[in-house]
Write a protein that binds this ligand. Structure first.
Ligand code: GLN
Ligand code: ZN
Length: 761
């Protein structure tokens, strides 16, 4: 019999219970005991849901109070020295100090955080040292397993494998690979396997997600070796080695050669690998079929999934099959049932995490007892798939026609950069080293309360509009008094830079509760793109016009770029991402043109997610970069030479994609650089980045107010690397998470720093 399994479930709870618990604990409103008990309730509820849905191997150990990679650092006893301070009295305080820093007793920064593969989930990067020691610290984990077994007897522990754990971290002060620590780490995993045997576990999910990446020979050998060594301790355990988000490609043979009971394939990401897998699988091995897309919101085409499953069953027998989602459901919202505002037709196309559990159970039953045994469920599914495929709501002929009419010229500004620069200088008449900000100003509690009141109907549209105008006006006045050169309206009307556009564009729907964990207690609610995208009306023009009417200085129009809107949405899966991106680009292009004709001379099109969309495998990257750059150019090239296009990027290393950033041909780019002390600019200097650039001169992620001298220092460094005529002065990113007091103090120093450096030139 095929077995229904799952790889992981959202931790946040259907009502974001975990978020509220964590935040209360951090604010000192509840104690550790309450946090731990109630977090356990969330976890227990997750197991129950999965068991009730018919999942036989319910994952355990996938839950986390903050991040599972940090959990594994702690479980193998790798707490960096600084966090072993005796000032941190409890394990829990130590854990949160690593996750988010602390200023209680000891002053410790958070450990570095970075993106989990190509998702919008962020993990805490383990810090290794050359003299690293390890020891097993898994008591809580083993208790969890026992608790799960009480609900789901065949609960399946999730283990982050040693090779991925090491490679996800950084070896401090050394250029060597973290894999030099493998030999020292393996005994800890041996002990863990012994404990799992004692606990009566059978199947273990052995996550080695790096198998989906381009692997060095050393990494491949390490995976091989780790499992060969550990296989001596398997006892009764059956390991399923898992990776996700991509096909295994050249690592496929390696995966099946490992001494493991099963290999998991993310067939939702790469269905074609099934054939090769069936030819490689050894007679005693099981195959885990990742048939359900774990990171999108669409109902799975069950008949198509069953075709794959039946093909596998025919080749190796259904007794050797595990049915699973492609990846952990961590990346899906929890429960579609809590959506009351999405219309019935659209809702019938969707499946969130709980609904995906049902899909797994249906596929498993169809395999085991025949399609007839679940005929009703299959028919309903087929109807939903049909309805979506044939719906007029997903296909808009006007949009399709417009896409057809895009020409190579549509991607080109009228003049080359040098010509545009001259025309823009005449129009804008800015000083050398012009000062500006990235767009948002503090989203104070008044701003958030007013928005909430407007949404609830407690505030009329007129009153809300008045409120926004007052905020905008005061923001403009403050920027004038600070002496900034290019102003912004402050983005008070926006809850989120993507959802704001998703709410206004056709082809999008915004959920009420479709939250997904981004990091720790932070969740995002990506809008859902279900159909062709069209802009029914101007979105940002009235507010931009209003802001510009208040001042003689130029006000920047503020748009989110097509790639970022794509990356931070749930994207339709019935056409290539690039096609969807192109449609968004056309809508943003129209908006930019409208801004221009209402007198806005500077328009910023933010693309913080450009790097994030990069495919995991190098081989796929040039193709992505090509269409992503084209989409930005399509969005930004409708305006005339004298309109200055800015873009903004943050959150990551950009050097490796510099040629693509240059190819965007934005007149000005602002980028996050202050935390790297302008090191990032070396790359832009060496590469001879051709257009204007505003390296961030202060870190907006911290409440700390930087001194004028510090920023003068950074600017002088910048002037050495990039000609002063092409430099701008701005913070690292938007200011929405900060308070007005720090913002005004910091910007005052920033403007002074710019003045001082100007006088030196
Ligand atoms: N304009 C946006 C802001 O200032 C940019 C945000 C971002 O880069 N993530 O908030
Ligand atoms: Zn930013």
């Amino acid at each position: 019999m095929a077995i229904a399994t799952n790889l992981g479930f959202p931790r946040i709870g259907a009502k974001r219970e975990l978020k509220w618990l964590l935040e209360k604990y951090w604010q000192g409103k509840i104690g550790a005991e309450e946090l731990l008990t109630k977090a356990h309730d969330v976890r227990q509820n997750n197991w129950q849901w999965q068991a009730d849905a018919g999942i036989q191997q319910v994952p355990v150990g996938d839950f986390s109070l903050y991040d599972h990679v940090l959990d594994w650092s702690q479980r193998v006893g790798a707490v960096p020295n600084a966090y072993q301070s005796s000032q941190l009295v409890s394990e829990l305080d130590r854990y949160f100090a690593m996750a988010r820093g602390t200023q209680k007793g000891v002053d410790l920064p958070a450990l570095e955080m970075t993106k989990w593969f190509n998702t919008n989930y962020h993990y805490i990067v383990p810090e290794w040292t050359e003299d690293q020691t390890f020891h097993l610290n898994a008591e809580a984990y083993l208790n969890e397993i026992a608790a799960a077994q009480a609900i789901a007897p065949n609960a399946r522990p999730v283990v982050l494998g040693p090779v991925s754990l090491l490679l996800l971290g950084k070896l401090k002060g050394s250029d060597a690979s973290p894999l030099i620590l493998l030999e020292r780490l393996l005994p800890v995993y041996e002990q863990l396997l012994a404990k799992l045997n004692e606990a009566g576990v059978t199947w273990v999910q052995w996550d080695e997600p790096v198998l989906a990446l381009d692997l060095s020979e050393e990494a491949q050998k390490s995976i091989q070796k780790s499992l060969e060594v550990l296989s001596r301790s398997f006892g009764n355990l059956k390991l399923v080695v898992t990776s996700y988000f991509e096909g295994l490609r050249e690592n496929l043979a390696l995966a099946f050669s490992l001494p493991v009971a099963a290999v998991h394939l993310d067939l939702s990401a790469a269905p074609k690998q099934l054939d090769e897998a069936l030819s490689l699988i050894r007679p005693e091995q099981f195959l885990s079929l990742g048939l359900i897309d774990g990171r999108n919101v669409w109902k799975n085409d069950l008949s198509k999934a069953l075709d794959l499953a039946e093909k596998a069953a025919k080749a190796i027998g259904s007794d050797r099959l595990l049915i699973a989602p492609g990846c952990s459901l961590l990346h899906s919202p929890v429960d579609l049932a809590s959506e009351t505002a999405i219309d019935a037709e659209l809702k019938s196309w969707l499946a969130f995490a709980r609904q995906k559990l049902d899909e797994i159970a249906i596929i498993t039953q169809a395999l085991n007892e025949g399609r007839d045994s679940v005929a009703d469920a299959l028919r309903q599914n087929a109807e939903a798939i049909q309805s979506r495929r044939n719906s007029v709501r997903t296909h808009n002929p006007a949009v399709r026609q417009r896409i057809e009419s895009i020409t190579p010229e549509s991607l080109l500004r009228q003049g080359a950069y040098n010509q545009r620069q001259g025309e823009q200088r005449n129009r804008l008449n800015l000083p050398l080293l012009p000062t500006t900000t990235i767009g948002s100003f503090p989203q104070t509690s008044e701003v958030r309360q007013a928005r909430a009141a407007f949404r609830k109907g407690d505030l009329t549209a007129d009153a809300y509009q008045k409120f926004l105008e007052t905020e905008t006006q005061s923001c403009i006045r403050r920027q004038e008094s600070l002496g900034l050169d290019v102003l912004v309206h402050g983005e008070f009307e926006r809850n989120d830079m993507v959802e704001y556009f998703g709410e206004q564009l056709e082809g999008f729907v915004v959920s009420q509760n479709g939250w997904v964990q981004s990091y720790g207690s932070r969740c995002v609610k990506p809008p859902i793109i279900f159909g062709d995208i069209q802009r029914p009306h101007a979105m940002t023009v009235p507010m931009a016009k209003y802001a510009q009417s208040l001042t003689q200085r130029p006000v920047k129009g503020m748009l989110t770029g097509p790639v970022t809107i794509l990356c931070w949405s749930f994207v339709r899966d019935d056409q290539p991402r690039r096609d969807t991106c192109e449609q968004i680009a056309l809508a943003i292009r129209d908006e930019a043109v409208d801004l221009e004709s209402s007198g806005i001379g500077v328009i910023q099109i933010d693309e913080p997610a450009l790097r994030e969309g990069l495919p995991l495998r190098q081989q796929d990257q040039p193709g992505y970069l090509q269409w992503a750059v084209d989409a930005f150019r399509l969005a930004s090239s409708g305006v005339s030479n004298e309109t200055q296009i800015h873009t903004h990027m943050c959150y990551c290393e950009f050097n490796e994609i510099l040629p693509s950033i240059a190819a965007l041909d934005a007149d000005v780019i602002s980028i996050e650089t202050s935390r790297s002390k302008m090191e990032l600019l070396d790359g832009f200097g060496d590469f001879q980045y051709p257009n204007e650039i505003g390296p961030g001169v202060y870190d907006i992620h911290s409440p700390r107010v930087p001194s004028t001298d510090e920023m003068v220092g950074l600017l002088r460094k910048a002037v050495d690397l990039i000609p002063a005529e092409r430099l701008w002065v701005n913070p690292d990113c938007g200011l929405k998470t900060r308070g007005w007091v720090e913002v005004e103090a910091a910007l005052k120093s920033m403007v002074e720093a710019a003045q001082q450096v100007r006088s030196l030139l």
